[in-house]
Design a protein around this ligand. Structure first.
Ligand SMILES: [Zn+2]
Length: 549
């Protein structure tokens, strides 16, 4: 951000009037000494007062009513309102927008998390072309201060009962089978964050951390301003303490790292930079040679487990770096992700089997979100299967979304065909011809978890299937669902596109075409763009020599 690059605090806020609101009397004094020679760290960074924070949010909301809605999403234990900024172009319907949630769960004491969100808000509310585009394509949810008691009063991680909104105070405070926090009355701040996740079911959630006075003992807190130049090594994507908390796709992390580098800020890549392998519970005896971050459960993972939200954490040493990296993330949501056909974050795959995927389906981002969440919550019961071995020119993907449908899938192709012979929705003859025409020897099955808490009721929002044919381009493609050839007139659509090294093949079953039993056989035939060979042959000279003997 240009304003920040000057390094002068007076340039950070659009109106000089507001500077005063942000600064304590002490900080004003030290700013007055800006021109005096001496190390930067002799100066202090202004603290944001409670009044300045509240008044700024009100000011932004009144100045930008078409693009900013201010909501109160809860109250702290002390009764302070917890604010959510909803930034989006309200003249564009929300149906096809991505939803990006940005919090500072340690803000709280880690002040650069909060101040980065405030800088990002200024950018998002600006007339810059990319901000305007982001507002048209996304709903950006900002929660700058989750724990006001810590931010304004204590500079400690927990709320006044000691519950840290970032972790919930340890995995024992979570019921992971029900995916619920056990002590809501002790942590209204954390519950407010969960309520935003429940209400918006975000596609992506970035949680911002950074520097503060959390390590200062109380006798060293002084006037509780940070010194100018206090910083930290910057981390993008994951948490040092919890390697589970990260985007599932490292290319997301790299897109953010690149955006930071382009602005002049490098990121630490945790276990990659330390050149260590990840630790796991079976490896405890060898742990001294492993990356000592653990897999753990923190608040952000509630979004992943409930809504398949892509999650991440950042450590921020300079706000300008945090803003640059977040802009890199938001850019991903504005664009078409490699291998995909529509704009948005890559969040639609809910189950996989050797290169085949169950995906969300729907015309708009909100349709796909509803589909994704329904499938995500039910996918553990889905049984998947393919004909084995995989064969050039042919592919199959069999998915049973109910236990009843799963009973039809058998390892022997003959048994499989006899199981489906009398099902009315199947063209079992065509399916039999497809199977008979191929060299595969069996059906390989990955059973769903029949026991468990997943809802077994029928799907409501449709289902998608993704196959990846191993050629950039294919010809003579024929795609069948349950033995029926899909054509341009079919109610079930398929589409293909390239660019990822594969021909991506997506089959979308709309809600009114869902199979009553929950059984789906995708089969396809195709011709690869160029002939390929398998195996190896010895040199001609060797063949000749052998023939002489
Ligand atoms: Zn933190």
């Amino acid at each position: 951000m240009k304003l920040l690059e000057t390094g002068r605090l007076t340039a950070r806020f659009p109106l000089r009037l507001f500077i005063g609101l942000f600064l304590t009397a002490h900080a004003m004094t030290s700013l007055a000494g800006d021109d005096a020679p001496g190390p930067a760290w002799r100066q202090s960074v202004p603290r944001i007062s409670r009044e300045a924070y509240v008044e700024t949010l009100r000011f932004w909301a009144s100045r930008h009513p078409q693009i900013l809605e201010l909501k109160t999403v809860g109250h702290s234990l002390e009764g302070e309102p917890l604010s959510l900024l909803v930034v989006t172009d309200q003249s564009v319907p929300d149906d096809d927008k991505q939803i990006c949630f940005i919090t500072s769960l340690h803000g709280g004491p880690e002040r650069t998390g909060t101040s980065t969100i405030l800088h990002l808000a200024e950018w998002l509310l600006s007339d810059q072309a990319e901000a305007v585009e982001t507002r048209r394509r996304q709903v950006v949810l900002l929660m700058p201060i989750v724990n006001p008691h810590a931010y304004f009063e204590t500079d400690r991680f927990g709320n006044s009962l000691g519950i840290d909104p970032y972790t919930g105070g340890g995995v024992a405070n979570w019921d992971l089978t029900k995916m619920a926090f056990k002590h809501p009355e002790k942590a209204p701040e954390l519950m407010a964050v969960l309520s935003v996740m429940d209400a918006y079911q975000p596609d992506v959630h970035a949680d911002l951390h950074g520097i503060g006075l959390q390590e200062y003992p109380s006798e060293k807190l002084g006037d509780r301003t940070l010194y100018s130049g206090q910083t930290m090594f910057e981390v993008t994507g994951s948490a040092y303490s919890n390697h589970t908390l990260r985007p599932w796709d490292w290319r997301i992390t790299e897109a953010m790292v690149s955006a930071g580098v382009a602005a002049g800020y490098g990121s630490d890549r945790f276990e990659a930079d330390a050149q260590r392998l990840l630790w796991g519970s079976n490896l405890t005896q060898a742990s001294q040679q492993l990356w000592l971050g653990h897999s753990n459960f923190y608040t952000a993972q509630y979004g992943y487990h409930n809504f398949h939200t892509m999650i991440m954490a950042l450590e921020i040493g300079w706000e300008a770096s945090g803003v640059a990296r977040l802009r890199g993330l938001l850019r991903v949501g504005n664009q078409v992700w490699p291998g995909e056909s529509h704009r948005g974050y890559p969040v639609d795959r809910v189950k996989s089997f050797i290169g085949h995927f169950v995906t969300a389906t729907g015309e708009t981002a909100s349709n796909r979100r509803a589909s994704r969440i329904e499938l995500w919550q039910k996918q553990s019961r889905f049984t998947q299967a393919v004909l084995y071995p995989q064969t050039d020119g042919r592919d199959t993907y069999i998915v049973a979304t109910t236990p009843e449908a799963a009973e039809c899938i058998a390892e022997s192709p003959t048994d499989l065909l006899s199981n489906i012979r009398n099902l009315p929705e199947f063209d079992s003859e065509a399916l039999g011809q497809f199977i008979d025409a191929g060299p595969e020897i069996k059906v390989v099955i990955q059973p769903g978890h029949v026991k468990g808490s997943a809802d077994v009721s029928r799907l409501k929002n449709g289902i998608g299937f993704r196959l990846r044919l191993p050629y950039q381009q294919v010809t003579a493609l024929e795609v069948f669902l349950n033995g029926q050839l899909l054509t341009a007139d079919s109610e079930v659509h398929y589409s293909t596109w390239g660019g990822s090294g594969f021909t991506e093949l997506q089959i979308d079953v709309p809600p009114d075409q869902l199979d009553a039993r929950g059984l789906y056989f995708v089969t396809c035939k195709y011709q690869g763009e160029q002939p390929r060979e398998h195996g190896w042959r010895p040199p001609q000279e060797v063949v000749k020599r052998l023939n002489r003997h």
